[in-house]
Design a protein around this ligand. Structure first.
Ligand SMILES: Cc1cc2nc3c(=O)[nH]c(=O)nc-3n(C[C@H](O)[C@H](O)[C@H](O)COP(=O)(O)O)c2cc1C
Length: 307
């Protein structure tokens, strides 16, 4: 049977499928179930210092082709997640903690706190599009090379575990942003967060479906857009890339790996197929690699770049 394991800056994963940030929250018990059913690692929902309310409902909608959300980074503060991380680390689950904050300094402090909880890596979320007017984090940072570099450096200074910077696709050119993050100390890049903003109108009610009106678009429809971004990033940077955006089938994982990804994350796919998607993806990957004569998944990394 083909070897599905990957190594991300010293973090050994039994397979390349990671739960993406935000889609299942931070509950240790839930995250452990995701790992038990097959995920190689889990990413916690983005967390800041204090609890946040987020937007009122409805905050999500699903169609056959795409998903839209405007959750607005709701959730508990960093203190409230300590016990959840303990559940996961006691069970040997590789954990990525996603952080954001209103200041770079605070971002570094939250990341350091997570490191003290024993997480394996920090993911810096500079790419959330669903913020209220005046909030200066998320995509406000991720559209500027300078702010990206400053935020990355501030977190890097206060932590020693691998730092992943998660990028927004909603920029004119993502390559300089990725390079700014890497030059400032990012050990890995995660790409992409949701596209948008998008809009869905309920034609009977003649009003937007989401309470926030606009939302970030994810799910199957964004796969080719995300794939092209991974393709371009692989040509520009050498650090590991965690690819996400629209993955629902094992073939999508293979495409992302052939474009140059080192691992993949699945978000919306969990809404469509449940957490069993991780088991299905790994069975599909393993069978495909075996039937095509590959010994390990690392053999297909970047293969399409050589064509
Ligand atoms: C409901 C929902 C909540 C999300 N929350 C977060 C979050 O807290 N932090 C983050 O970095 N990304 C968040 N995302 C973005 C996903 O992690 C992922 O980058 C994006 O949805 C694209 O992947 P997908 O098509 O597999 O969902 C969220 C996405 C959804 C659908």
């Amino acid at each position: 049977m083909a070897d599905l394991s990957v190594n991300l800056c010293g973090i050994k994963l039994r397979n390349p499928t990671i739960l993406a940030s935000g889609v299942l929250g931070v509950s240790g018990d839930t995250m452990k179930r995701v790992y038990d059913i097959g995920a190689g690692a889990i990413t916690l929902k983005s967390i800041t210092n204090e609890a946040r309310k987020g937007h009122p409902g409805p905050v999500m909608l699903a169609t056959d082709h795409y998903f839209m959300n405007a959750v607005g980074l709701s959730g508990q503060g960093v203190e409230g997640v300590k016990d959840e991380v303990k559940i996961l680390k006691d069970a040997g689950v590789p954990v990525i903690a996603s952080v954001f904050a209103a200041s770079f300094e605070e971002c570094g402090d939250i990341a350091a706190r997570f490191e003290s909880y024993g997480v394996d890596a920090i993911e810096l979320n500079i790419s959330c599009p669903n913020l209220s007017a005046g909030e200066k984090f998320g995509v406000t940072i991720g559209t500027s090379c300078d702010l990206t570099a400053q935020n990355t450096a501030a977190v890097k200074k206060k932590t020693s575990i691998p730092l992943i910077v998660k990028l927004s696709p909603n920029v004119t050119d993502i390559v300089p942003i990725a390079k700014a993050a890497v030059d400032a100390g990012a050990d890995m890049i995660a790409a992409v967060n949701t596209f948008g903003p998008g809009l869905k109108i309920d034609i009977e009610a003649a009003r937007p479906v989401l309470s926030n009106k606009l939302g970030g678009v994810s799910g199957p429809g964004i796969l080719p857009l995300a794939l092209a971004i991974i393709w371009r990033l692989r040509q520009a940077i050498e650090v590991p890339i965690i690819a996400m955006g629209g993955i629902t089938k094992y073939e999508d994982v293979i495409e992302m790996m052939m474009a140059g990804a080192d691992a993949v994350a699945i978000g919306t796919g969990v809404y469509y197929s449940g957490i069993a998607i991780f088991r299905e993806l790994n069975i599909g990957l393993s069978d495909w690699l075996d039937s095509h004569g590959y010994q390990s998944i690392s053999e297909i990394k970047g293969l399409a770049q050589k064509a």
